[in-house]
Design a protein around this ligand. Structure first.
Ligand SMILES: [Ca+2]
Length: 176
């Protein structure tokens, strides 16, 4: 793995998409972050952050939230202050899930989805989700540290076929 992005402290995750055409079900995408304990980095999430769930210590914040992709600029924005996370957390995975309430919807059904991950003004990664077009959810980033080492960034775009609730539980699992 690259060591270029070691020492990542504060990260911004941005997501945008265009609204569904008139008459079609609204498209609602969500940024979801899951934190994992150092003693179980691929197990169940310690806690989740998304539109309906705040981080207990305020280190991960959803600053902007959209239910339809309307409006200019970024529709959802999340800030992760990794340097403030308790030492008991060793891994954070960030993903994007598509709400499935209006019927099955994959990234292929979403108009111009795009994500951008930044630390300061430095771009860590971006995606147009074309590699996971048939998926209903995808991870877009992983941050990990060992003991007191610095956080390391891994751009791991991995597609899932799950609704947001199931995806949130699965997104940190090891690839089978
Ligand atoms: Ca949303």
């Amino acid at each position: 793995m690259t060591s270029l992005n070691k020492g990542t402290r504060k990260v911004e995750v941005k997501l945008k998409w265009d609204p569904s055409p008139l008459g079609a079900p609204a498209s609602d995408l969500d940024i979801i972050a899951a934190t994992y304990q150092a003693n179980d980095p691929h197990g169940s999430p310690a806690y989740l952050v998304h539109f309906g769930s705040r981080s207990p210590d305020g280190t991960i914040t959803l600053n902007r939230d959209s239910v339809n992709g309307k409006g200019l600029g970024w529709d959802e924005v999340m800030t992760l202050e990794l340097d403030r996370l308790s030492p008991s957390y060793a891994r954070v995975v960030v993903g994007v899930a598509i709400q499935q309430t209006g019927g099955r919807m994959t990234f292929d059904d979403i108009a111009h989805p795009a994500s951008l991950i930044l630390t300061g003004y430095t771009e860590l990664s971006k995606s147009d989700f074309s590699g996971v077009a048939g998926s209903t959810a995808a991870t877009i980033a992983e941050f990990a540290r060992h003991g007191s080492e610095e956080w390391e960034f891994h751009p791991t775009v991995r597609g899932f076929d799950a609704d947001p609730e199931d995806f949130a539980q699965l997104m940190g699992s090891r690839p089978s």
